[in-house]
Design a protein around this ligand. Structure first.
Ligand code: SF4
Length: 641
């Protein structure tokens, strides 16, 4: 099935057993002093077990004040080496190689993560995302940072890493020096290209003098910074040739910088797969060292095809490895249906970082918990009944079945996946369906009995006599007391998305949160005339910045009318009466879509708790939440039995 994916290739003297590389991603799993925790080590070990050829760690800070996040790794003093040696020793029990990525965050940091110290940069221009004013570095400070990089690289070697990756991309300090986007200096570190590259050249020379010629030193950089005034591929071609000439052992061609709504860095579901591969392909023609490509490549066949076409030598998969650390082994075994694919949601891996927390993954609730999970079979298998076939119920069933329990799942509707099914219908969200598909197949393999179109009742529970009942009945769409809400033209967002009802040409969507806005985008793409009515000052206010930016772009492109700080006061047979600061007006409509949130569907939980002594309630049945909470709750409930 694969031509090149599972063939080895060397970087300098280090043979990487296959072409699949875990790219660096901040996990926030380390101690605040930069030392490795058991959690951090087990997180990486899962990938080594899963068969990745090369694991590139998150950014190791080269100095105490080089950190961009509070709980990332660091190798700025010798005392930190031992804990990271434990990491490399662990990985080396498997075939994988491990490189440490080393960096200085520059202006893409904030003083609260660096002990109150102001961020630094080539020039005093704030990062548009973090917005804190950085201080311009002096020449002695630049020289010290060059030494820090070399010292950090040497410590990485002493800690047993097989190589290092210097992070010169994504808008961090080295990238800031390289680009006229941030570097406005007029001394020897600014202005012409050679001056802007002086910093990275000195860093490379310093590193090489300390680690020796045989130790792999690769560099990651953004071929296109995807920001106004940032570097594009034209200058990046020149950089690539120079990097190879100086002696870097491999080039990792990425894209982006903070401030472009992070399209380039995080590649949400709104961008296409492998969207930057042609940058790598161009650069590969210019150099004779290995080239890495990256960015939303999550299918191993896609990866192999890119290698086969000669576009790159290694394929980086960051989030693909979070969603399924076992992806390489599954692919190698030809078992593609068992791969749990990243759906590009950004909720756990990016959303958590934005609020300073450790990363999680929506589809992989074990992420970050590997060090404390117990998958061993229960000594006394139980009979487990699960009510609800949404994400929480499905995950509870999977976890309970893994523990060896006898699991039966009842779903009152005709399909599995709950609201996750309709959530796949809006533009660019189709890959959500892969999760439902995957877990349904897993439940089948695990021998879980599933009944569709069957409602759980007290009588059913009495007849089945389960030891444990897990209630995962989710939420019910809110139906506020608006005059006319029961009229025939009123439909739920879920019904509109699933095509359970035909919608008209003039549509009013009541509610401009995520569900309402996505439903509006879905309908507008069918050439309907759509208006969103939202009571808050802005729509999409429950979405993170990256997804919001992209969804808003679609709404603008398809001319969806948005009326904020406005409420629906009455629904007529052929329209709605709305009210805002300008008074009341009537909007014509032949369909009114209600997307005003959900309330917990907890009646069954209350009824069963009265007659059964072990009822666990999860997800939206407890309180209004999202799929990530439901999946996590379900997983923990199932595994706890
Ligand atoms: Fe992918 Fe979403 Fe998991 Fe991130 S949280 S790895 S985007 S599935």
């Amino acid at each position: 099935m694969f031509t090149k994916l599972f063939t080895p290739k060397k970087i300098n003297q280090c043979e990487i057993p296959n072409r699949l590389a875990v790219t660096a991603m901040v996990a926030n799993y380390c101690n605040e002093d930069g030392t490795a925790t058991d959690r951090y080590i087990a997180y990486h070990e899962a990938k080594a077990k899963g068969g990745w050829g090369l694991i590139i760690t998150e950014d190791y800070a080269v100095s105490e004040h080089a950190m961009g996040y509070q709980f990332i790794a660091g190798l700025w003093n010798d005392d930190q080496i031992a804990s990271h040696k434990k990491l490399t020793d662990t990985i080396h029990q498997y075939d994988s190689k491990i490189f440490a990525q080393i960096y200085h965050a520059g202006r893409q940091s904030a003083s609260f993560v660096n002990g109150g110290v102001q961020p630094v940069a080539p020039s005093a221009i704030p990062c548009p995302w973090l917005r804190q004013l950085p201080r311009e570095l002096t020449i002695p400070e630049i020289e010290q940072i060059v030494e820090d990089f070399g010292d950090c690289a040497l410590r990485a070697k002493q800690a047993g890493f097989d190589g290092i990756e210097v992070h010169a991309g994504h808008g961090y300090l080295i990238a800031e020096f390289m680009s006229t986007y941030v570097n406005k200096r007029t001394d020897k570190y600014g202005g012409c290209l050679d001056n802007r590259l002086r910093f990275i050249k000195e860093i490379y020379t310093n590193i090489r003098s300390k680690v020796g010629d045989d130790f792999p030193v690769m560099i990651r950089f953004s071929a296109d910074e995807v920001v106004q005034g940032g570097r594009d591929i034209s200058e990046s071609r020149v950089l690539a040739k120079l990097f190879a000439e100086w002696g870097f052992d491999a080039l990792h061609v990425s894209s982006g910088a903070y401030g472009d709504h992070n399209k380039g860095i995080v590649s949400p579901m709104y961008v296409s797969h492998a969207w930057t591969v042609d940058f790598a392909a161009e650069i590969k023609q210019l150099v004779d060292i290995p080239v890495f490509t990256v960015n939303r490549i999550n299918d191993p066949r896609m990866a192999d095809g890119l290698l086969d076409m000669g576009k790159a030598d290694f394929i980086g998969m960051g989030r693909g490895s979070l969603a399924d650390p076992d992806l390489p082994n599954k692919a190698k075994a030809g078992d593609l249906t068992s791969i749990r694919y990243c759906i590009g949601c950004m909720q756990g891996c990016v959303g958590k970082l934005l609020v300073g927390e450790a990363i999680t993954c929506l589809v992989n609730p074990s992420l970050g918990q590997e060090y404390q999970l117990d998958y061993s079979k229960a000594t006394t298998p139980k009979k487990v009944l699960i009510a609800g076939g949404g994400p929480g119920g499905l995950e509870a069933a999977r976890a309970a079945a893994i523990k060896g329990h006898e699991v039966t799942l009842y779903e009152q509707g005709s399909f599995l996946g709950g609201q996750f099914k309709s959530a796949a219908y809006p533009p660019c969200k189709g890959e959500l369906a892969t999760y439902t598909n995957w877990i349904t197949s897993e439940l089948d393999q695990l021998g879980v009995t599933i009944h569709l179109n069957r409602q759980v009742t007290k009588e059913l529970v009495a007849a089945e006599k389960p030891d444990t009942v897990i209630v995962a009945t989710g939420g019910t769409p809110c139906k506020p007391a608006i005059k006319g809400i029961d009229k025939a033209l009123v439909v739920t967002a879920e019904d509109a998305l699933l095509g359970n009802v035909a919608t008209g040409d003039q549509i009013v969507v009541a509610g401009g949160g995520e569900v309402g806005s996505e439903t509006a985008a879905h309908l507008a793409m069918q050439q309907r005339d759509v208006t969103i009515i939202e009571m808050l000052p802005k729509i999409c206010s429950d979405l993170d910045g990256v997804n919001k930016f992209n969804l808003m772009k679609i709404l603008r492109e398809y001319e969806v009318n948005q009326m904020t700080q406005t409420k629906v006061v009455e629904i007529l047979d052929d329209g709605v009466i709305i009210e805002n600061s300008q008074g009341q007006q009537t909007l014509p409509a032949d369909t009114v879509v209600i997307a005003l949130g959900y309330r917990p569907n907890n009646q069954l939980a209350e009824a069963l708790s009265a007659v059964h002594n072990h009822v666990i309630v999860v997800g939206g049945a407890v309180k209004t939440s999202n799929a990530m909470v439901a999946i996590n709750d379900g997983f923990n409930a199932g595994l706890s039995l």
